[in-house]
Design a binder for this molecule. Structure first.
Ligand SMILES: Nc1nc2c(ncn2[C@@H]2O[C@H](COP(=O)(O)OP(=O)(O)OP(=O)(O)O)[C@@H](O)[C@H]2O)c(=O)[nH]1
Length: 334
C-alpha cells in the first residue's frame, strides 16, 4: 500500500433518501455541473437487476457500483465498501471528493460508522456529511406507514441522521404542505439545515465540502455509534423487489396504458418503478420512472451496438409477481 500518512483525508459525502426521493437526479446534477470538485461515486442499489447505472449520465468521473446487497444491513457489503474505498485511494490523485449513494431503504448510520471502523480507511477519508433527500410529495405516507410495527422506519432514520436535509420536488406541493413537512422534519432533526429544491438543483456549496459530520457530537448522542453489531436492524420485511427482463420490444401505447392502470390501482404499494426498455419501431432506449402513482416514460439515447432488451424493476409491498409478469408480457410485440 502507498504511504498516505501525510496526505489530507478525502472528504466523503453520504447521499441518502427514501426510494424515489431524487438521489440519482442529484447525482446527475452534480456530475454535470461545473463545480470544480472532482468526484468519485460509489452507488449501492436495491433491486434484482441493475437499472441505476443505466440512469446515471456517463461522465469522466469514476463510478463504482455495489449491487450485492444493502450497504446498511450486511456486514459483507460494508466490507466491500471498505475495499472499494481502498481501491479508490490507490488513485486518489484522480478525485478530491467521494460520494456514496445508498439504497433508498438504507439507514445511513452504519454506513457512516464503516468509515471510522477500519483504521486504514479512517486515516485516508473523512466523513464530510450526510445529505438526505426528502420527497415533498410522498414523505408523509412513509413517515406514517402503519405497517411498520417493531421494525425500523428508514424514512425516519434517514432524516434523523442528516447533516443537510434537501426537501425535493417542491414543484409538486403547495406552500402550506411544504411548511407542514418541514415542521415534521424539524421535529425529527433540530439542527440540520433544510434546503428546498426542484429536480435536486441545489447550491453544491451547501452540501459538499461542508465539514458537517462531527464524530464527537455523534458519539455524544449515540455512544454505540461505532459498535457495528449494535446497528443490526430490521428493514421493513414487507418491502420486496421484482424484476422483469425480456429480449423483446414493447408496444409503447399498450405498455403505458397497462402501467397507468396498474399504478392507479396499486400505486400506494408500488414505492418505486424503474425501467430501461425497447419500444417496437424505435431505435432509442426508453426510460420508465415511477414513484407511487406518478410515472413517466421518456426516450433516451439509441441502443447503437448494444443488444435491445427490456428491464423493469418494481420495489414495494404485496407485489403480485405472476400478475405483473403476465401483464407486462402482454404488452410485448409478437
Ligand atoms: N416533479 C418532480 N420530479 C422529480 C424531482 N426530482 C426527481 N424527480 C423524479 O422522481 C423520480 C425519481 O428520481 P430519482 O432521482 O431516480 O430517485 P432516487 O432517489 O435515485 O430513486 P431510488 O434509486 O429508487 O431510490 C424520477 O422520475 C425523477 O425525474 C422534482 O424535484 N420534481
Amino acid at each position: 500500500m502507498t504511504d498516505t500518512s501525510n496526505q489530507t483525508p478525502v472528504p466523503v459525502t453520504i447521499l441518502t433518501g427514501f426510494l424515489g426521493a431524487g438521489k440519482t437526479t442529484l447525482l446527475n446534477y452534480i456530475l454535470t455541473e461545473r463545480h470544480g470538485h472532482r468526484i468519485a461515486v460509489i452507488e449501492n442499489e436495491f433491486g434484482e437487476v441493475n437499472i441505476d447505472s443505466g440512469l446515471v449520465l456517463t461522465s469522466e468521473e469514476e463510478i463504482y457500483e455495489m449491487t450485492n446487497g444493502c450497504i446498511c444491513c450486511t456486514a459483507s457489503v460494508r466490507q466491500d465498501l471498505i475495499e472499494v474505498l481502498q481501491k479508490l485511494m490507490a488513485r486518489r490523485e484522480k478525485f478530491d471528493h467521494i460520494l456514496v449513494e445508498t439504497t433508498g431503504i438504507a439507514d445511513p448510520t452504519p454506513v457512516a460508522a464503516a468509515f471510522f471502523v477500519d483504521a486504514e480507511v479512517a486515516r485516508q477519508v473523512s466523513l464530510d456529511g450526510i445529505v438526505t433527500l426528502v420527497d415533498a410529495k410522498h414523505i408523509g405516507q412513509h413517515l406514517d406507514d402503519p405497517d411498520l410495527h417493531g421494525v425500523d422506519n428508514q424514512a425516519v432514520d434517514q432524516i434523523v441522521a442528516a447533516d443537510r436535509l434537501i426537501v425535493n420536488k417542491v414543484d409538486l406541493v403547495d406552500e402550506p404542505a411544504l411548511a407542514f413537512i418541514e415542521g415534521r422534519m424539524r421535529g425529527l432533526n433540530a439542527t440540520a439545515e433544510i434546503i428546498r429544491s426542484s429536480y435536486a438543483k441545489v447550491e453544491l456549496e451547501k452540501i459538499l465540502g461542508i465539514g458537517a459530520f462531527d464524530l464527537s457530537k455523534t458519539l455524544a448522542a449515540d455512544e454505540q455509534f461505532l459498535d457495528v453489531h449494535h446497528h443490526h436492524h430490521e428493514h421493513d420485511p414487507g418491502i420486496e423487489t421484482m424484476s422483469f427482463v425480456d429480449p423483446g420490444s414493447f408496444d409503447r401505447e399498450k405498455l403505458e396504458a397497462w402501467l397507468r392502470a396498474f399504478l392507479a390501482e396499486h400505486g400506494d404499494d408500488v414505492f418505486r418503478l424503474k425501467g430501461i426498455v425497447a419500444m417496437e419501431g424505435d431505435t432509442r432506449r426508453h426510460v420508465i420512472q415511477g414513484v407511487h402513482r406518478l410515472m413517466e416514460i421518456r426516450s433516451a439515447d439509441p441502443w447503437g451496438k448494444q443488444p435491445r432488451s427490456s428491464r423493469i424493476v418494481l420495489i414495494g409491498k404485496k407485489l403480485d409477481r405472476a400478475a405483473v409478469t403476465a401483464g407486462l408480457r402482454g404488452c410485448l410485440v409478437g
